[in-house]
Ligand binder design. Structure first.
Ligand code: G4P
Length: 530
């Protein structure tokens, strides 16, 4: 393939993740975006699947029957000459480290906010991960068809709580029962909200210029005056728009709408496609790697096992960072220096998986894994290439896991070891207890259920889970005095991590600070050497 074609193929890619707190409307927005792309034809199909996977066990059973997971993977569709990859970052009961890691594969993020609730806990956590990576973040304030917080207050909340400047791209006219539409600050056009229209279809809303008397009449005098006042305020006192600052993640363009009514979604999508970045260069141990480099490279950000219990079928999800993938190509697995043939990489779309013939930087492919691959591994045509290491996400839930049947000890240890290597759990060892009863740390509670399920299904081991009250883990230097003091304290448990580093489990931040001040012990957020 010529360099020109490669550059042009890559420049059409937009790879992003939607970050939000559960119930803000992520499934609904994803569905509307797919509807536009013609990737689905009827609203409700994505939602139906969400409902199906509501119960953990059903969800896993379902994944097995279907043979593939759509959680935390990517959906691809084409729209107006762009190839759009939406990375799914499940929230709520699905919340886990996978969600965080998936963000490393995105070039930008869409932060979805419920207009009545404002910034919620999980949005905040996910926002900080995106912030650390410095990727552009776009904001969609959803559910303006309902009573909402004042839009100026919402902008203020984004700035104050998240510490990012907000720039309103459009502005809502009224809300709830009185929601009249949105005003586009660039074009001066008003999109009229008509309740119910657009719920099931992708019909674009009716629009007209704000100076048009018909439009003004539809809005009404009172709301029209309020709109003028608020726009004046934004023009005078608001932040200036700057594409460079958006690119650096310093300013978030803010859009208002109602995903359920399909309202404001086309307006958002058009601007997003214009403003969001194509795949960006990545830092490597060999310098900055441009996506249009003529050799293939990518890293694994997620491994999904248990596709088929009999065959230990696992799929590793690869974010392509440079070049082009071709079916059957040979790549080097840098950690083992082994050559791998990417014979049947998969692309995931909705319920089906299709075999891919080609893919480009920005795309996500699923590669069959017989147990060799790990999260963070690099597949490349250039041996020795390494990307920046995966960020470390500290576990927040802890439990002691033990086997019900001592005869299964070997399988248990193997299972725990393999799941740790996969990045599904953090394993700690109590100083006084053996490997038979490790303490497992996870980011989200659901991971315990997944662990229990997988140990039973894949390793034939039944386990007992005893939840512990700790919420944080900190690493400490192995100074005898420190270890002695922390071991004696009733507020903490001293453990060893998988690399035999000393760590301490603590009840909460406050207790951690108290202990650290009281005994003058330095607590680290992660092991010194990862
Ligand atoms: P999530 O994936 O972020 O968890 O949210 P999801 O899309 O499932 O939406 C959560 C709820 O919010 C759903 O209602 C959905 O219909 C509703 N919703 C999403 N966007 C809008 C919007 O723009 N306006 C209004 N008024 N509601 C919206 P539900 O009652 O939980 O489910 P359902 O019975 O409607 O399917």
């Amino acid at each position: 393939m010529s360099q020109v074609n490669l550059i042009s193929a890559i420049s059409t890619r937009k790879t992003f993740a939607i970050i939000s707190h559960p119930d803000a409307g992520k499934t609904t927005l994803t569905e509307k975006l797919l509807l536009f792309g013609g990737a689905i034809h009827e609203a409700g199909s994505v939602k139906a699947r969400k409902a199906e996977r509501y119960a953990t066990s059903d969800w896993m059973e379902l994944e097995r029957q279907r043979g593939i997971s759509i959680t935390s993977s990517a959906l691809q569709f084409k729209y107006q000459g762009y190839v759009i990859n939406i990375l799914d970052t499940p929230g709520h009961q699905d919340f886990s480290e996978d969600t965080y890691r998936t963000l490393t594969a995105a070039d930008s993020a869409v932060m979805l906010i419920d207009a009545a609730k404002g910034i919620e806990a999980q949005t905040k956590k996910l926002f900080y991960v995106c912030r650390q990576r410095g990727i552009p973040i776009f904001t969609f304030v959803n559910k303006f068809d309902r009573e909402a917080k004042d839009p100026l207050d919402l902008m203020d909340e984004v700035e104050k709580i998240l510490g990012i400047e907000a720039y309103a791209m459009n502005w809502p006219i009224g809300m709830g029962q009185d929601f009249k539409g949105i005003y586009d600050r660039q074009s001066g056009m008003v999109e009229r909200f008509i309740s119910g229209i657009g719920k099931k279809s992708s019909t674009p809303p009716v629009s007209g210029n704000l100076s048009d008397p018909n439009v003004q009449e539809g809005i009404g005098q009172e709301l029209l005056k309020q709109l003028h006042d608020e726009i004046d305020l934004l023009d005078l006192a608001g932040n200036a728009f700057s594409q460079e600052r958006v690119d650096r993640g310093e300013v978030t363009p803010v859009f208002f709408g109602s995903a359920l009514n399909n309202f404001g979604v086309p307006n958002f999508l058009q601007s997003f496609l214009k403003l969001a970045p194509a795949p960006q260069p990545r830092s490597t141990n060999m310098g900055i790697l441009a996506p249009e480099t003529n050799s293939f490279s990518g890293f694994i950000f997620k491994i999904q096992a248990n596709m088929n219990a009999q065959h230990r079928d696992r799929i590793a999800f690869v974010r392509i960072c440079s070049g082009r993938y071709e079916r059957g190509m040979n790549v080097i697995h840098t950690r083992s220096h082994r050559r791998l043939r990417l014979a049947q990489p998969q692309q995931l779309f909705a319920q089906e998986r299709t075999i891919l013939d080609e893919a480009y930087a920005g795309d996500i492919i699923g590669v069959h894994d017989s147990g060799l691959l790990r999260i963070g591994d690099v597949l490349t045509e250039k041996d020795g290439l390494q990307f920046e290491t995966m960020p470390f996400f500290s576990p927040e839930n802890f439990a002691r896991i033990s086997i019900a049947n001592a005869l299964k000890r070997k399988q248990f240890i193997k299972g725990i070891q393999e799941l740790q290597e996969e990045g599904a759990i953090h394993v700690f060892r109590d100083l006084h207890v053996g490997v038979e009863a490790p303490i497992i740390g996870v980011v989200g509670q659901l991971q315990f259920e997944v662990l229990e399920y997988r140990l039973r299904e894949e390793y034939g081991v039944k386990v007992e889970i005893q939840h512990l009250p700790y919420e944080i883990v900190r690493w400490v230097d192995k100074v005898e005095r420190n270890i002695k003091l922390l071991t004696e304290s009733s507020m903490s448990t001293v453990v060893l991590d998988k690399d035999e580093n000393y760590a301490v489990l603590l009840l909460d931040e406050w207790k951690a600070k108290w202990l650290s001040d009281r005994y003058e012990i330095e607590f680290l957020n992660q092991p010194k050497e990862l």
